[in-house]
Design a protein around this ligand. Sequence first.
Ligand SMILES: N[C@@H](CCC(=O)N[C@@H](CS)C(=O)NCC(=O)O)C(=O)O
Length: 255
Amino acid sequence: MITLYHGLASTCSKKVRLALFEKGLEFESRLLNLQAFEQHSPEYLAVNPNGVVPTLVHDGRAVVESTLIIEYIDEVWPDPPLQPADPYDRACMRVWTKWSDEHAYKAVYVPTWDRLSRPIAIAFSDEELANRLAPIPTAERRARWRATAREGFTEAEFEAAYDEMHLTFSKMDAVLAEAGGPWLMGEAYTLADIAVVPFVERIIDLKPDILGDGSYGHVADWMARFRERPAFQSAFFFEGKDARVSAIRKQLGID
Ligand SMILES: N[C@@H](CCC(=O)N[C@@H](CS)C(=O)NCC(=O)O)C(=O)O
């Protein structure tokens, strides 16, 4: 039995949904509303003490951290394989899964919070904010929510995010051009592609002009290939719900 605790728009959750759909696995969906702070409820903190999504619970045992979850999925349900058999190739693949956690994540963090969480959090009274912050388990997330609700983000933080966006796209474009694609590891579709695509989709959602001048043509083609995959459609338009930031802003009445 598989249960997935996830967020509709959450990039890390999309990674895991995509891996599950690629494997054709059925799972019980527990969608949490991150803007309503459901990830900090005592019930959820008992499942994942970090207070973030996603969490996969398999036969009663919780697995956390999106990259570790997709590796777990591939190990437990190896068909179709999503990791190269050769250890060297697997190490190369992990350069991308690590990149998704360390760089691609940073590219979208500030602009996403600014567009999705800030319009809601800014309206909290001081008392409401204090109540919301109290159960957040880490100082880093408490500080992030406080900044989101009050002073907002600095120009330097936005610039750092835009730098990471361009760094990610340049690196991908060069690798896709050199190896000839169609995927980041060449012929094989792997966890490298799955780990990175939620961030590429988010970057395009947040900054549609990034592909405008054609300088990342290989990334644009790679993204177009993804849009044709049924698993991508199921994961990114989950149960028919458009999970892009732009769509969720409309649902929330922000735009
Ligand atoms: N390294 C973690 C990051 C998880 C994470 O930051 N999740 C975000 C959504 S993408 C979240 O739950 N944010 C809600 C919050 O911080 O309150 C992973 O890859 O699973």
